[in-house]
Design a protein around this ligand. Structure first.
Ligand SMILES: NC(=O)c1ccc[n+]([C@@H]2O[C@H](COP(=O)([O-])OP(=O)(O)OC[C@H]3O[C@@H](n4cnc5c(N)ncnc54)[C@H](O)[C@@H]3O)[C@@H](O)[C@H]2O)c1
Length: 275
């Protein structure tokens, strides 16, 4: 059982895509550690159910939003500030994936994926970071150096952002972009002491993986479950990750324990990538 600390007491956290899978695990962990959580999720029913689960620990708000729409993101930031007074933490977790052979990747499929995984992630970061900077006192801004952390952001990349995947060229491109967005934002926001880091999950059985397995197993003539089994067999630690494994890493990066870490990308993948 993971050790649950109390590191986010009273903080206000937005977690995108927190209606299921890894994002739900992250939201629950932050709530357990005392943060007020905003479930920023496309699917309104899942957002509501996730917020109800988190509300056993803390104050939780279901916020149905499409992060591909910048006006919705900006409205969300205004509404969260109106409800909670400020924003301290952002987890940019929402993502989509459809595996496709290289030659079947159309401009429409390309744009569909980048709209969420790259563009949506960037504009969530931009809107929330603007709010975090607005929360920094003018005297601190004038000094050009902050006395304490004024916000923390974690972006979801993937091991597919560390090396290109043959059946997910669009996804790998987006997840590589997430690493560069993380570095650009970390540099820009460093004078405000706002930390920006990324995580790269490996294999985490979630609804996203159910679909990958269904399509890839059929493509390669395997039984259902065959593709994910083959993938897990190649993990050095010989097991899949759980959402809780990712949540533990994210919670650490959002905590004071990670005050001196920024611009980094952490593989949480059982040893698949060792860079
Ligand atoms: N599962 C894995 O093995 C794995 C591996 C590497 C990286 N990742 C990344 O981790 C993140 C979470 O993955 P997951 O497996 O939990 O995925 P998932 O598909 O199970 O959940 C993603 C959630 O994001 C939401 N979402 C999708 N588009 C959205 C939008 N436009 N606006 C708001 N919400 C939206 C979905 O409704 C869903 O609730 C993703 O960024 C994914 O790329 C996952």
């Amino acid at each position: 059982m993971p050790v649950v600390l109390n590191r986010h007491q009273g903080k206000v956290a937005i977690v995108t895509g927190a209606g299921q899978g890894i994002g739900l695990g992250v939201a629950l962990r932050l709530a357990e550690e005392g943060a007020n959580v905003v479930i920023a999720e496309y699917n309104a029913e899942k957002a509501q159910a996730a917020a109800e689960s988190c509300s056993h620990f803390t104050r939780a708000l279901a916020y149905p939003v499409d992060i591909g729409e910048t006006d919705q993101i900006e409205q969300m930031v205004r509404d969260v500030v109106a409800t909670f007074g400020r924003i301290d933490l952002l987890v940019n977790n929402a993502g989509v994936l459809e595996t496709l052979p290289l030659f079947d990747l159309t401009p429409e499929k390309w744009d569909w994926l980048q709209r969420v995984n790259q563009r949506g992630l960037f504009f969530c970061l931009q809107a929330v970071a603007k709010q975090m900077v607005a929360q920094v006192p003018e005297s601190v801004k004038a000094a050009g150096k902050a006395d304490r952390s004024y916000g923390k952001i974690v972006n979801f990349s993937s091991i597919a952002g560390r090396s290109g995947r043959p059946y997910a060229a669009h996804y790998s491109a987006a997840k590589w972009a997430v690493i560069s967005i993380t570095q650009s934002a970390a540099g820009y926001l460093a004078p405000y002491n706002i930390n920006v880091n990324a995580v790269c999950p490996g294999v985490v059985p979630t609804p996203m993986w159910d679909e990958i397995d269904r399509v890839q197993a059929e493509r390669f003539g395997l039984e259902p479950g065959g593709w994910i089994k083959k993938t897990i067999d190649s993990v050095p630690l010989k097991r899949a990750a759980t959402p809780a494994d990712l949540a533990a890493a994210v919670s650490f990066l959002l905590s004071e324990d990670a005050d001196y870490i920024t611009g980094q990308t952490l593989n949480v993948d059982g040893g698949v990538e060792m860079n």
